[in-house]
Ligand binder design. Structure first.
Ligand code: SF4
Length: 373
């Protein structure tokens, strides 16, 4: 298919870059990633730049938000990052420019390179602050490593930091989790993401989960969730999505765009994109991704057509996870379900939107199913 087949007149304001390398592979992680050994990383940056040029030639991209995820973007070396920013085909002026980082891979020099390139938000994978939880998760850093990395980032001028945390780990006590939350809050990040541990297929954790009988303890997970929401609310972090909490005005604009169902382009091996009624995923294979871009200048990808119905269902599902909720115009097909859910205290309507109550947030998926018909 020629490049011109993909040209769209819609403006794409959100760009995701997948950097599929990590210094160490965590046993619970289901993202596409490999070790950051030279055999894997060689040729990655030139190939990614070729994909960015392909994107610029085929779409009207004006990045308002940029998000480098992975993997661990900071697993790239300083010179690889410099090469990437030097070849970046748009002005490096995104309003929100986030880079995910791992405590083991941020140096003062790397932080300065990111800052100079216009990165203004860093999302740090802390996960926990107690030694037992970190050991269980197979993380190589400790609590002091997180604190030291936050200090490096603050010294480099970052005033917008997120910390990622995980709860409902096997054997984790509420007291351990409360101490992790307190340690995270003590670092005064502008944003916190707290995820219920999920068992992703093809991970070591999933195998252990199956071997152990594989049943989720929903009462326990619910208790973790409620304690998290209450703890963070007490410290000034408002829950604006099921797993995301922010100081006023520090919500992630990039993630909000996903939850609103806006178009976005994803570049890099394994990255997903959604533009209009097309969704595609780049091949999750570093070698073949690099080869395809070197030979053809276009990313190898699987394209899936979407329908308006599919997109509406997705918008309902994602919107329900957020504080702002779902426009009522998307819910007109299920008036009875809407009325029942309001009567049961699971949903509340304000203006022209419907949003989950706290009780509703405990059963988000069931509510979404009812509203999607
Ligand atoms: S959790 Fe993060 S650091 Fe660990 S393997 Fe996954 S992407 Fe890499």
């Amino acid at each position: 298919m020629s490049a011109s087949n993909f040209v769209t007149s819609a403006v794409i304001q959100h760009l995701y870059i997948h950097v599929p390398f990590c210094a160490h592979l965590c046993p619970y992680c289901g993202f596409f990633k490999t070790r950051n050994v030279p055999a894997e990383t060689r040729g990655f940056v030139p190939a990614l730049l070729a994909e960015l040029r392909w994107a610029r030639a085929n779409f009207d991209v004006r990045p308002l938000t940029v998000y480098f995820g992975g993997g661990t973007p900071t697993a790239l070396s300083v010179s690889q990052l410099e090469e990437l920013f030097a070849g970046w085909p748009w002005p490096l002026t995104a309003r929100e420019f986030t880079v995910e980082a791992n405590p083991l891979t941020v140096s003062a020099r790397k932080a300065a390179v990111l800052r100079a390139a216009g990165v203004n938000r860093v999302s740090l994978g802390a996960q926990a602050f107690d030694a037992a939880s970190l050991r269980l998760l197979g993380r190589r850093h400790d609590a002091d490593g997180v604190r030291a990395t936050v200090a490096v980032l603050r010294a480099a001028g970052f005033d917008n930091l997120n910390l990622d945390l995980m709860y409902a780990l096997p054997g984790q006590t509420f007291a351990q989790w409360a101490s992790s939350l307190s340690a995270a809050v003590a670092l005064a990040p502008e944003h916190l993401s707290a995820y219920n541990l999920s068992y992703e297929e093809d991970t070591e954790f999933f195998r252990r989960f199956i071997v152990s009988g594989g049943g989720a303890d929903t009462d326990r997970e619910r208790e973790f969730f409620l304690r998290t929401t209450a703890h963070l609310a007490r410290h000034g972090y408002a829950q604006y999505e099921i797993s995301n909490f922010a100081r006023a005005g520090r919500e992630s604009a990039h993630n909000r765009a996903y939850w609103r169902g806006e178009d976005y382009l994803g570049c890099g091996p394994g990255a997903c994109s959604t533009v209009g009624l097309q969704r595609w995923q780049n091949l999750a294979d570093n070698r073949r991704y690099i080869e395809a871009l070197t030979v053809t200048g276009a990313p190898p990808r699987d394209i899936e057509p979407l329908t308006v119905k599919m997109k509406t269902a997705e918008k309902i599902m994602l919107g329900l996870r957020t504080r702002e909720g779902v426009p009522l115009t998307l819910l007109t097909d299920q008036p009875d379900a809407l009325e029942n859910l309001i009567r049961e205290g699971l949903l509340t309507v304000s203006g022209d939107r419907a949003a989950l109550t706290l009780a509703g947030r405990l059963v988000t998926d069931s509510v979404a199913e009812l509203l999607m018909g």
